[in-house]
Design a protein around this ligand. Structure first.
Ligand SMILES: *Cc1c(COP(=O)(O)O)cnc(C)c1O
Length: 352
């Protein structure tokens, strides 16, 4: 606290990111990063763009990236908004589309940036409890509200909703914006992007950080009809004209163009998720059905915090949330084959 702080600084509850410690030989399964490096074509594009042109500002509208994404998703380039990571895209959505007189709805257990942004932008909220199986129940959102946001698949549970549920949610709230955060959809979920054509209240948010292994480049985007995108552009151009630097733009384009890398690594991740789930189930863990690049697991009779601490002592990081209903769970990012094996043998020595 300091007398120099504006009042808003005092009232904030900053998001606490998973740790990024500088420990050698760490098995890092705590922040849902991709365990493999990005497409070599993305790395080449970054190297090629690393030249004297860096003295120039980047394209403020990221035209070529939007055209590439538009072709990929079958929408128009002006139906795409790009930002400095999907976190920034989400921030603009909170400020520009979800702040209204009625409360914003989101699940009680979800991405913890949502309460942080709500406070930052002074948005009234109402959390909707997950059901007993820790799933989102769409019918519970059928109440008066100013907007809705949820991840699909949800985090940290990994549980996805079928497209028919998202369609019903969007159709039953024609006067509110429904934002679907698809950070993990590539690992087995169903995307809502095809619904954008028929629904002027839907906005779908995507990131290059997980399935495209470019968390370090900070690229995210949203897909919606023109009026919603225009709101985000007005905010962006009142805040920072150049959210995506030159290297981020070329890396993202090259990544989208390398469909082989994408499919191969997505499939490897899904195979490792199946293997790790099977191994943990054989050791008595309960695992929620995951469509994401992590699993949410608990071992009956063992405290989540205790297991996380014991793993940490063996140089393996997983994420534990000290929160009601989920305190017994560990969120484990899916790693390489070798990382998954290391986790399983560490658990064997802890449980022995
Ligand atoms: C990782 C994540 C994001 C943020 O992704 P960035 O593009 O790296 O900012 C957004 N939403 C959810 C649910 C996530 O897990």
């Amino acid at each position: 606290m300091s007398k120099f702080w504006s009042p808003i600084v005092v009232t904030l509850h900053p998001y606490v990111a998973g740790e990024q410690p500088a420990i050698a030989n760490l098995t890092k399964l705590n922040t849902n990063e991709n365990p493999w490096g990005p497409s070599p074509r993305a790395l080449d594009a970054i190297r090629t763009a690393t030249d004297d042109n860096l003295r120039l500002y980047p394209d403020p509208s990221a035209k070529k990236l939007k055209e590439t994404l538009a072709a990929y998703h079958g929408v128009s380039p002006d139906e795409i908004f790009v930002g400095n990571g999907s976190d920034e895209v989400l921030a603009f959505i909170f400020a520009g589309l979800l702040k209204h007189d009625a409360p914003l709805l989101y699940p009680d257990i979800t991405y913890s940036f949502y309460p942080t942004y709500s406070r930052f932008f002074d948005i009234e909220t109402k959390t909707i409890p997950l059901d007993d199986s820790l799933s989102i129940r769409i019918d519970d959102y059928h109440i008066d509200c100013g907007g809705i946001i949820l991840p699909n698949p949800n985090a940290p549970t990994g549980i996805g909703l079928p497209l028919s549920d998202i369609q019903r949610l969007v159709a039953t709230h024609p006067d509110q914006v429904v934002a679907i955060d698809e950070a993990y959809v590539d690992f087995g979920g169903e995307t809502a992007i095809p619904l954008v054509r028929d629904h002027d209240n839907l906005i779908v948010v995507r990131t290059f950080s997980k399935s495209r292994s470019l968390a370090g480049m900070r690229v995210g985007y949203a897909v919606a009809q023109r009026p919603l995108i225009e709101a985000l552009e007005r905010l962006k151009d009142s805040f920072n004209s150049y959210p995506l630097d030159r290297l981020a733009q070329v890396a993202a384009i090259a990544s989208i163009e390398d469909e082989d890398w994408f499919v191969t690594h997505r499939d490897k991740l899904i195979a490792n998720r199946a293997w790790l789930s099977e191994q943990l189930e054989a050791r008595g863990f309960d695992i929620l059905p995951s469509q994401a690049n992590f699993i949410f697991a608990r071992k009956p009779g063992w405290e989540g915090k205790l297991l996380a601490t014991a793993l940490r002592e063996r140089a393996i990081l997983v994420r534990h949330f000290n929160q009601p209903r989920i305190a017994d769970f560990l969120r484990i990012s899916i790693g390489t084959e070798e990382q998954c094996e290391r986790l399983v043998s560490a658990l064997d020595s802890i449980l022995a």
